[in-house]
Design a binder for this molecule. Structure first.
Ligand code: NAI
Length: 306
């Protein structure tokens, strides 16, 4: 198994570290900045005698080395800077992804591609269209992280172990996410039944604003510990053909009444990528919110001009 991680910044290098430690295969870390991925790989490998994991990582600035990868994680791109609009960020990251995706198409046509670069849902669709791959082979890590945040916030606020919580979050990644309290359960009891309406609202609000809270505290850059854990969880599910159901950004073709767009929904993941899209029994309010989120993504996608 060959897994390439493109972008050796905060999220990419930590994702590579998690994959090396899980012994998922041969890991390649790529960054356009000369020496960066090589330096980080050497640093990671120097920890192997202490942590007792085998050195199976290579760093490079040569994108050609991704050839014949089985799985490719794309974390290359910019984070939004002060004064930069969402549209500007979208166009800049699309330009970065375009070159990367054309290389993936040429060098690793059999790979499964996991997009992490923001704006996640738009970049996943852009990668799908640019590679021309089958929709099952291109997916995005967004609500995987949002669901982990929802579960962690519930766990901390209600003093319940994570293992007893099954969170459900759908929709676009970021502020447009839709945490679903009705379909989030604690040992089979809906969160809505477990706590008051006011508490549910508070838990949802904390989840939606968690990313921004972290950005404000960090001062520069955005989250990377949990994002890399979520990216590694997706890679593991694919690499080990786990058939797990995880929330990922996937291409919809009529599911939930939505067509021709990538958005976060629960999917069964295995060696072929997105092997099944799970259709949750949404009530009319939840369905309407998801469709609104999809309509907004459809509009935003039109702003990508290269
Ligand atoms: P970072 O700035 O630390 O790293 C980005 C890296 O990409 C840099 O090292 C840069 O040199 C590299 N890069 C740029 N163009 C490249 C190219 N053409 N080929 C190879 N490498 C290239 O940023 P960080 O924190 O790692 O975030 C990366 C992306 O992931 C951002 O777009 C960020 O918004 C997004 N993100 C997404 C999350 C999600 O839940 N989907 C969560 C956290 C971050």
């Amino acid at each position: 198994m060959k897994i390439s991680v493109i972008g050796a910044g905060n999220v990419g290098s930590l994702t590579a570290m998690r994959l090396v430690q899980e012994k998922l295969g041969e890991i390649l870390l790529v960054d356009i900045v000369k020496g960066l991925a090589r330096g980080k790989s050497l640093d990671l490998a120097d920890a192997s005698p202490i942590l007792k994991y085998p050195y199976q990582i290579e760093g490079t600035e040569e994108i050609q080395k991704i050839n014949d990868s089985d799985i490719i994680v794309v974390t290359a791109g910019l984070a939004r800077k002060p004064g930069m609009t969402r549209e500007e960020l979208c166009c800049k990251n699309a330009a970065i992804l375009k070159e990367i995706c054309l290389n993936i198409k040429k060098l690793a046509p059999a790979s499964i591609v996991v997009i992490v670069t923001n704006p996640l849902d738009l970049m996943t669709r852009f990668a799908l269209e640019t590679t021309g791959f089958k929709p099952t082979k291109v997916l995005g890590m967004g609500i995987t992280l949002d669901a982990a945040r929802f579960a962690n916030i519930i766990s901390q606020e209600l003093n319940i172990p994570h293992t007893d919580i099954v969170p459900t979050v759908i929709g676009s990644h970021g502020e447009g996410m839709l945490p679903l309290p009705r379909l989030t359960n604690i040992k089979g009891i809906s969160l809505e039944e477990f706590v008051s309406e006011a508490k549910v609202k508070e838990l949802v609000q904390k989840t939606v604003t968690r990313g921004a809270e972290i950005i404000a505290l960090l001062g520069s850059g955005s989250a990377y510990f949990a994002p890399s854990a979520a990216a590694a969880e997706i890679v593991r599910a694919i690499a080990k053909d786990e058939k797990r159901i995880l929330g990922v950004c996937a291409w919809l073709n009529g599911e939930y009444g939505i067509k021709d767009i990538c958005i976060g929904v629960p999917c069964r993941l295995g060696k072929s990528g997105v092997e099944q899209i799970i259709e949750l029994g949404l009530n009319s309010q939840e369905k309407e919110a998801l469709q609104k989120s999809a309509a907004s993504l459809r509009e935003q996608y039109k702003s990508i001009k290269l």
